[in-house]
Write a protein that binds this ligand. Structure first.
Ligand SMILES: [Zn+2]
Length: 161
């Protein structure tokens, strides 16, 4: 499902969402709000902060797609709102000791925007090797190609390699 209709980077996250019947609404929100996801009349709606950088918007959409795929039961109970802080807080665990749904959604988003096979293919085509994660210019070029932030790409490459 993750790679449906996707042959090459950058992954067209908004088009894939729309093809799945999900509505995307771009609107200016408070700086601290990244986005939200909810059901309206049984249609999934993703709200995105239009004031944020496009790469952040893409990550937000992918993060909310993760919630839709993984946490539908939670979303059926009410709107899920993401603040910048909850999305960056990669290591937090809930009080019950279960894996935080934000970590799962971030993981989903990283895999969605930077699928392993695309990352490997890009590295093959550009003759990159294991030193890439420490090469700022290479990471930046890769981030540009995938239309994600350099930070997101650094994490992803480190994880894959
Ligand atoms: Zn979230």
């Amino acid at each position: 499902m993750r790679d449906e209709g996707v042959e090459r980077w950058p992954v067209k996250v908004d088009r894939i969402a729309k093809r799945r019947g999900i509505k995307i609404q771009y609107s200016p929100l408070d700086e601290e709000l990244s986005g939200m996801v909810f059901y309206k009349d049984n249609v999934a709606v993703i709200g995105v902060n239009s004031k944020h950088h496009v790469r952040r918007q893409r990550f937000t959409i992918a993060h909310e797609l993760g919630h839709l795929q993984l946490h539908d039961d939670v979303l059926r109970k009410g709107m899920h709102v993401d603040k910048v802080i909850t999305m960056l807080n990669r290591d937090s665990k809930s009080a019950a000791g279960t894996v935080n749904i934000e970590i799962e959604a971030n993981q989903f988003a990283a895999e969605f925007l930077m699928p392993r096979k695309f990352v490997m293919q890009y590295m093959d085509e550009n003759d990159l090797d294991y030193g890439t994660v420490a090469d700022e210019q290479a990471i930046e070029d890769m981030a540009n190609a995938f239309n994600v932030s350099s930070t997101a790409m650094t994490y992803r490459v480190a994880k894959i390699l």
